[in-house]
Structures are given as C-alpha cells and as structure tokens.
Design a protein around this ligand. Structure first.
Ligand code: BGC
Length: 731
C-alpha cells in the first residue's frame, strides 16, 4: 500500500518530466459523448473524460497509454443512485428517497455498491454525493438531494462518500472504490424563485451558518477527494469565480487537498452567460486564479490558458499545483499500477443478488405513510375482494426510477431500455399478488402526468362501481423534474386531480400513492384519501415495496426529509424557519405567522411519517440542566411501543438557541436515531451531542456558542405537538 509521501514523490517525479501542455491537459475534462472531444485526446493531452461506456473507457485508456508519458485517464460519471448509466447494474431509490429511510447504513451501502460496479466498468470518479439543500420544491433537482435540512444532508452525504471512497483514506483508494465528488458548491438550491442555476441571494453569514457546514464536514472529517462548483452566482459572484469560496474557505480555512472540478462548462459560462469575462481567455484566467483545478467541458480553455501562461498573464505555478492534485488521485487510485482492461466476465459482476437485496431494502424503507384513517392499512385480506388500480405512475418506469438513470439520457451511450427488465412497477406487483390471492384486480391508467387530454376517467368511474377499494398512483414523471425542469405549480398535473375526485365520488375506499420526485401541493388528497403513501422515486423495486406495505408484509419506516406545502404560494415551508412577529397583531391570521389565505403549517411536516404501531415518548432527562462551556450535551429519552406490531421509530433531536445575538431558527435538527421496537418493548435512548452543536454564526461571522438559555426538543417529527421539550442554560 502506498503512503502519502510515496505518492507525492511519484507525482513530483512525473511532473518534472511534463511540459506545460501536458500539465494543462490534466486539467481538462471533456465529454466522451462528443466525438470532437474524443479526437482531442492526444492534441490536448486530455486527462479526463466524463460519461464513458466501459468499451470506450478501455479504448481511450489504450490510446492514453500510447502517448509520450502514458498517463492514464480518469473517468467521471453521474453515478448518483447506483451506477445507473450501465445496463444490469443496481439502481437505488433517488437521494431524496434514500433520505426518507434515515438509515445511514443503507446510504453507505448504496455508495459501496455503486463504487464496485463503476470500477468493473473502468470508471473512477462518481459525481456524488449531492449536498444541495432542497428548501423550495419548485426546484427541478429536489429529488437529487437529501432534503431540506442542511445538517441531515451532511450526515447522509458523509455516509455516501465513505461508501464510495472506502475508509476515506487520502493515500490509497481500494480497488473497489472510487473518488467521490461533493456537489454543487454551494447553495445551488437557493436560486431565486427555485429556478435552476439562477442567482442565489444568500449572505455570507447564511452560507457559513447553513450551506457551507455540510461540505466542511466531508472535507475535514473524511478527506473528501473532490468537489464540484455550482453553476450559479451568490450575491453577484459566480461560484466558479469566487476566490473567497474556493481559495479562502476551502483551501486555506478547511485545508482541502482534493480536486476542485467545475460543473459543465462553468468556465465558458463566465464569458457566455454570466458576463463576468469578456472572452474565453479572461474566463480561463479567472477560473484558475479563483481556485478551480479541472474544467469540465470547456475545451476552449486549453489554448487560451496556454497563451495566458506563455504571455506571463497567469502563474504557471497554479497549473502545476492543480495538475499535482489530479495526478495525486490517479496514483492513489492505482491507475498507474494496473492495466486498464475490462476483466474476464466483468458484466457478470454487475447486479449481484446481494446488491439487489439492498436496493429492495432501500425501496421498502423509503416509503412514508402520511395518512391512515382508522388503521385502514395494512389491508385486511379477508375484507378486500376487488381492487381497482388507477393512475399513470402505477406503470411508469421513468417515474419510478427518477433522474440520472433509465431514460434520462444525460450519458448518450445509455439506452432507454436500461433497467426496464429489473423494474417491478405497482401494476405488476399488485396484479401478481391479486392473482395469487384470488382477488379481483383491474388497472386503468385514467390520466397522464403530462398529457392533459388523456382522459379515461369515465372508464375508471365505471370500473369503480364493481370494486371494493381503489388505489390511485399519481405524481410526476421524468419530464417534470431534473435540471432546468422547475415548476411554478406543484398541484397534480394532467387530469390526475379530476381522476382522484371521480374515484372519491364513487364512495369507495381510496388509497393514494404519491409516486413522485418531490413534494406536491395536495391538500385535497390529505383531506379526502383514506390513506396516503409517499414514494419519492422509490427505485426499481418500488412497486413491489408499495404492494408489501399495503398488505402488511412490511411496516412503514420512512420519515419525510422535506416538508409538503399546502399550496405552491405557501413556499418556502421548510421547518427550520425564523420567527416573524407582525402576525401577532392580525385578527385575520388569528395571531399566526401566515398568509391570510393559507395555514401556517405545511401540509406534511419534516420528520413526519406513521407506522403500523404507536410509539410513546416520555422522560426526557438532561444530565445537566446547566451545561458548563465546552461540555457535551447528554440526555436520555424513553420510548415505548404501545401497539401490537413491531415498528421502527426515528427519534429526532432538535435544538433552539432561545436568546442570541443574531436571529436563529425556531429549531434545528441536531441528531437522530433509528430504533427498532418489538410490540410492547421500551427503550431508553442515550444521546451525547458535541458542544459545538449549540453554536451559531455571529454578526462578525465567527462560529461561537453564546451562553444563555437553550431548548432541547425530542420526538417523532419536527411538529411542536410531537416533541417533548426541556430547557437548559449554557454557562
Ligand atoms: C450537473 C452536474 C453533473 C454534470 C455532469 C451538470 O449539468 O449540474 O450535477 O454532474 O452536469 O453530468
């Protein structure tokens, strides 16, 4: 195994032999699905490609081996929820669905399986995890995130990173692991109006308080290998032109040693979109001087940067340093020490049954039960004879798998047949079940997510007459989310709402399954459905998991990592909001901080999710009611399963700094634990939180813990009524 100084020596020896052109080539990452970029390999000494198929990877490595120094290429891919851009690999639920599991082990496992399958395909660099915080679901990319809470995003992203990178050791990447790339740096989800990649109006204090800490955590505690710079500008400064973010914060303050990669043509966009630079040449200078190491998909920068260095307008030392970082990772990955060939039977190593088992587990645990009137679910087998299934998403692979997978086609070598055979949709799962149980079953699509003219409502209404129970699977589909697919209206699209209303009018029991990429504004569903299940792009086995939940073969374990709005205009409704005060004077709002025409609370809150049993919380006890400065916060809480079935509880811990020099959110998640409880079982859960979880960023932009009163809240969700509360003083 190589250590840091071995690698460093090898990198320096190689760099000593390299021309400026060869070093610069290491800083170019080009798109393999563009034939022109492939031609540039030798002329531009290209160091990296993205979106490469296994065969092309093998071929390109052979070409690279024949160049003067034979430096291997490094290949990047958007392996976001599994290595989805390859056939027969294991696809997982999307990040947002994974966040619903609140299960760190499963998230780590997803990373491990993804890395293993990437390496079989000769790829080394996963553009994952996504650390964006989704605080406005109009944004198209919510499904790629771990939800609305920055702290939770950091916790889960750290697991995903460890799964991808292995133990996080900087010196050596095990053969079955890859480099992780935390993205998008930073506050990308905060773009104004939730419009993808628009300017974000975030202050430095909010960055330091909320959006930077997840990245800091990955860098400081786990030696992150790389990060990707966001597209947008923050308070007027494009992220890729922000020396403050990249040089001062990342490098100087956090000591980041990894690679800073731009997003797609970020550097070109400094000239062509953001008008920060009057030419590609100026953009390239800004790009390198601001701290970017590798430019993704801006081939124009190669020649312009050569000119800059030759003219003395750009310090060659910057190029040398960035090339060092890239070569370091190539050595750490062992690329110089192994032959880059697909191994015998490499395809058979993909999609192992064990790995699929984890994907199914994730699908199951990602389902969130949001309503269950009179314990309708699980269905009583004896009382159910004829089931009518309606809705477009009971039979839509695109909706089930989500973005960056089947059919999303960002990597052009993928086909839209990918993963189709692996996918069990709700229609198939239910019909097989009903056949085996001799139950009546019928499926009618009824409505379409996109096509408003698609209307089979009359047919569904007719079929409802001879059914005992209706399951409606509605939501959104691939064309309604993802990059530059933001929405101004989060109600159900097409004739889905009309279909639901017709089903309700039939008088039959109605279960609504929301199979979607993100929260929707669906107050009607909450009020009118007898049961509601949320299934954020639940993965290939999602249909099977939903069927199992409905029939009680599994119990619901998921909790929402993001709030559902009551209406689109109520956004944002994330739970860690600040307190307003004017509303206290308004008789129209009954003293609540709300719009005069909408309730204050979200439709479904962060952390919310039912199970098939009931859990009681009691005895929230602090070790010290007065916490000396610097000491860990220790406390216990008792939980008891008061129902007749085993269940999983996600115990959530929130804190509030009651009096502080700056305004602070009413509560912030600081810890959680997933606990399994048998029927009637009780457990005492002990928490030990580090003292700095009480910190805030003050006016002088320093992270400090201010003495005074704090409130600790522990319970089943972020809703006040679900939380036990106790106060304490920090001296
Ligand atoms: C996205 C990134 C992605 C990159 C490469 C960009 O448009 O913002 O998340 O990694 O493309 O596919």
């Amino acid at each position: 195994m190589q250590n840091h100084s071995d690698i460093s020596t090898r990198v320096e020896q190689l760099l000593n032999k390299m021309t400026l052109e060869e070093k610069l080539g290491q800083l170019m990452q080009l798109a393999a699905n563009d034939p022109k970029s492939l031609e540039l390999l030798e002329t531009y000494h290209v160091g990296s490609y993205l979106h490469v198929s296994p065969k092309v990877a093998e071929h390109l490595q052979l070409r690279a081996a024949k160049t003067r120094l034979g430096i291997p290429l490094i290949f990047g891919s958007d392996a976001i929820h599994g290595h989805c851009f390859e056939n027969n690999t294991v696809v997982f639920p999307t990040q947002l669905a994974m966040a619903c599991t609140w299960n760190k082990n499963l998230v780590r496992k997803m990373g491990e399986i993804t890395a293993y399958e990437m390496r079989q395909c000769l790829l080394h660099w996963a553009f994952s995890p996504v650390l964006c915080v989704a605080r406005d679901p109009r944004w198209g990319r919510c499904g790629e995130t771990f939800g609305e809470d920055a702290w939770l995003c950091g916790e889960l992203a750290a697991e995903l990173m460890l799964g991808l990178q292995g133990d996080g050791s900087q010196e050596y990447v095990e053969p079955n692991h890859v480099l992780a790339c935390a993205k998008h740096f930073v506050a990308y989800g905060e773009a104004i109006g939730a419009r993808d990649a628009y300017e974000a109006g975030v202050t430095k204090r909010r960055l330091l308080e909320t959006f930077l800490p997840p990245f800091e955590k990955l860098i400081k505690t786990h030696k992150l290998a790389s990060l990707m710079v966001a597209y947008q500008a923050i308070d007027g400064v494009a992220c890729s032109a922000s020396s403050w973010l990249l040089n001062d914060i990342c490098r100087d303050e956090w000591g980041f040693e990894g690679i800073v990669l731009t997003d797609w043509n970020n550097i070109g966009a400094l000239h062509t979109i953001q008008n920060r630079a009057s030419s590609y040449k100026e953009a390239s200078k800004i790009g390198f001087e601001s701290g970017n190491d590798v430019f993704m998909a801006t081939p124009e920068a190669f020649e312009k940067t050569l000119e800059l260095v030759t003219e003395g307008a750009l310090d060659e030392g910057i190029i040398h340093r960035s090339a060092y970082r890239v070569l370091y990772r190539k050595f750490a990955l062992g690329l110089f020490d192994q032959e880059a060939k697909l191994t015998e039977g490499w395809q058979d190593k993909l999609g192992a049954p064990d790995s699929w088992h984890y994907s199914l587990q994730a699908s199951r645990q990602s389902l969130v039960l949001l309503k269950n009137t009179a314990d309708l679910l699980p269905l009583d087998k004896c009382a159910t004879n004829n089931i009518l299934l309606v809705g477009p998403n009971a039979d839509d692979v695109f909706a089930q798998l989500g973005d960056w997978s089947f059919g999303s086609k960002q990597a052009l070598h993928t086909k839209d047949t990918l993963h189709k055979a692996d996918t069990v949709n709700l229609k198939t799962a239910l019909s097989l079940h009903c056949e085996a149980q001799a139950l009546g079953f019928r499926y009618i699509k009824g409505a379409d997510c996109i096509d408003s003219n698609f209307d089979e409502i009359a047919l569904a209404r007719e079929a409802a007459k001879s059914s005992d129970l209706i399951i409606a699977c509605v939501g959104d589909t691939l064309d309604q989310h993802g990059e530059f697919h933001d929405r101004s209206d989060l109600t159900l699209s097409g004739k889905q709402q009309a279909l639901l209303e017709a089903m309700k009018a039939s008088g039959k029991t109605l279960i609504v399954v929301l199979l979607c990429s993100k929260p929707h504004a669906i107050p009607w569903v909450k009020d009118n459905a007898d049961a509601v299940i949320c299934a954020f792009n639940p993965g290939p086995k999602g249909g099977q998991a939903i069927k199992e939940l409905v029939f009680g073969e599994i119990s619901p374990e998921g909790r929402l990592p993001i709030s559902f709005p009551y209406s689109t205009g109520q956004l944002p409704v994330y739970y860690n909001k600040y307190k307003g005060w004017h509303a206290f004077h308004s008789p129209q709002t009954e003293g609540q901080e709300r719009y005069i025409d909408a309730p204050e609370a979200p439709l479904f809150a962060f952390g919310e999710g039912l199970s098939y049993t009931t859990i009681e919380y009691s005895e929230l006890k602090l070790k010290n009611a007065a916490l000396p400065h610097g000491q860990d916060l220790e406390f216990t809480v008792d939980i008891k399963n008061t129902g007749l079935r085993a269940g999983v509880e996600v115990v959530q811990v929130y804190l509030h700094d009651v009096y502080s020099s700056v305004t602070t959110p009413e509560k912030n998640l600081k810890a959680f634990e997933r606990v399994e409880l048998d029927a009637s079982e009780s457990k005492t859960i002990l928490f030990t939180l580090p003292f700095d979880c009480l910190s805030l960023v003050n006016e002088a932009l320093e992270r400090v813990v201010e003495p005074g009163e704090f409130e600790l809240m522990v319970g089943a969700s972020s809703k006040d009524e679900d939380l036990l509360k106790v106060s304490f003083e920090v001296s």
